[in-house]
Write a protein that binds this ligand. Structure first.
Ligand code: AP5
Ligand code: ZN
Length: 214
């Protein structure tokens, strides 16, 4: 099964993508996580991405598209994957469609996690991330067992650099300008599923499973 997650920054794409990956035994591929891992390891790709990410801007398509297409041609993607944070622009979506078409493949579902902007800002301020393993928490809605410590790997949790309120506002503007048109793009392709992302995160997942099948 090949799945794309759509939705505003902080809508809960990563949270749901991890649950989908676990239930359906497919890899969770987050372009944001790949960029953050590269920043942490000080790679050239990381240096390039950081300047854009810290300003709430998108990393240029020429950097992002090649990286993602490489990742999905790896062996563990043969049975499918859940893409989180890609595509984010029409050129990215078109490149993905074309690359898959060349192999006689296509995306099965584009899941749009719908959350209004007002709710996003509150969520981001409470998000805590583990930069070691990529796990995410929320101080109220999805708290770790021990304050500020990752349940998965035991590392400390941080507020992401781009989760500061002024940067969140910029990311929302970029989302409306460049990413929201993808809802229409996948609607026209007939594979769009919209779920109400303001519900409890387990209820959001139930709604997704009711579409993907148990
Ligand atoms: P990325 O890491 O993809 O960030 P994003 O899309 O802005 O998404 P987030 O990770 O912020 O949010 P999410 O929707 O995954 O929400 P989460 O599940 O964590 O990208 C970061 C940057 O990298 C971009 O700005 C860009 O610069 C660059 N980039 C990445 N991909 C790119 C691309 N393709 N092209 C160009 N540039 C790219 O949930 C948020 C919080 O809410 C958490 O605390 C969570 O616990 C909580 N929560 C989740 N669900 C619920 C719920 N139902 N109720 C209450 N709380 C909830
Ligand atoms: Zn961790």
């Amino acid at each position: 099964m090949k799945i794309i997650m759509l939705g505003a920054p902080g809508a809960g794409k990563g949270t749901q993508a991890k649950k989908i990956a676990e239930k359906y035994h497919i890899p969770h591929i987050s372009t944001g996580d790949i960029f953050r891992a590269n920043i942490k390891n000080g790679t050239e790709l990381g240096m390039k991405a950081k300047s854009y990410m810290d300003q709430g801007q998108l990393v240029p398509d020429d950097v992002t598209i090649g990286m993602l297409l490489d990742r999905i041609s790896q062996e563990d993607c043969a049975e499918g994957y859940v893409l989180d944070g890609f595509p984010r622009t029409i050129p990215q979506a078109e490149s993905l469609t074309k690359a898959l078409e060349e192999r006689g493949e296509s995306i099965d579902y584009a899941i749009n996690v719908d959350v209004p902007d007002q709710a996003i800002v509150t969520r981001m301020a409470g998000r805590r991330a583990c930069l070691a393993c990529g796990a995410t928490y929320h101080i109220v809605y999805n708290a770790p067992k021990k304050e500020n410590v990752c349940d998965v790997c035991g590392e400390g949790l941080v507020l992401r650099d781009d989760d500061k309120p002024e940067t969140v506002q910029k990311r929302l503007t970029v989302y409306h300008d460049q990413t929201k048109p993808l809802i229409d793009y996948y609607g026209k392709a007939g594979i769009l599923v919209t779920v109400d992302g303001t519900q409890d995160l387990n209820k959001v997942f139930e709604d997704i499973v009711s579409v993907l099948g148990a």
